[in-house]
Design a protein. Structure first.
Length: 227
């Protein structure tokens, strides 16, 4: 028999369960997908009972859904990814003045990110962002306080209004994370989905605080990956 601890998801692959269905996000291929029924059943067996028929496991290995685990890795859903409980858009604001240099900086970041999304693989773009795992404290001392993160995110949002590029969640989230990183501030991009109808979305989050979306809007989506 094959046990759950013998396998783990391939790197850059995430999975969540929505409305009783497994949905995968493959950062390497920049796509969402579902498995055929036989492979989904095999994957669920590995999750729930720690075993499955050898032929089904071979199918999952063949399609590079799972790989042999190392160092105590286990096969699990991306359920550790949590959405926000708070939003910086829904709290009192000091409404700082939007400065021209900030608009220029945000514009340059937005256009640069837009170009990268056309020319580079999503995997490479995300890998270039400062890593911040889900278990990392939201506001580490070297990264600044929550107040600084909130203030900088608001500066980005206000300046972004003057950039003549249509808002897109992935474009704006990557640009905001890059803007924060230039100030020594860390935040994550959280990817979420709905199943029926299928829809994908992402937002910037620091700890349990959304920085460019509301709690109500993000609650519609099931988080599948945090980078």
């Amino acid at each position: 028999m094959n046990v759950t601890s013998s396998y783990t998801l391939r790197d850059k692959l995430s999975v969540c369960q929505v409305d009783g269905h497994l949905v995968f996000l493959d950062i390497d291929e920049d796509r969402y997908f579902r498995l055929p029924q036989s492979l989904e059943e095999a994957f669920n067996e590995l999750l729930s009972r720690g075993q499955s028929g050898s032929s089904e496991v071979s199918g999952l290995l063949h399609h590079r859904i799972i790989v042999p685990a190392q160092d105590g890795q286990i096969l699990k859903l991306s359920s550790a990814v949590q959405g926000p409980n708070r939003s910086s858009l829904e709290r009192a604001s000091s409404r700082p003045t939007t400065r021209v240099p900030t608009v220029i900086e945000v514009g340059a970041l937005t256009y640069s990110t837009k170009w990268q999304l056309k020319k580079r693989r999503l995997r490479d773009i995300l890998d270039a962002l400062s890593p911040c795992e889900a278990t990392t404290p939201a506001f580490a001392a070297e990264s600044g306080s929550e107040a600084r993160v909130v203030e900088s995110a608001e500066q980005f949002r206000r300046a972004r209004r003057y950039v003549p590029v249509e808002p897109v969640c992935l474009l704006d989230s990557i640009s905001m994370v890059r803007f924060l990183a230039k100030r020594g501030l860390r935040a994550n991009i959280v990817f979420g989905i709905t199943y029926d109808p299928f829809s994908a979305h992402c937002w910037v989050q620091a700890g349990d605080l959304a920085l460019n979306d509301t709690v109500g809007n993000t609650a519609v989506y099931t988080p599948i990956r945090r980078v």
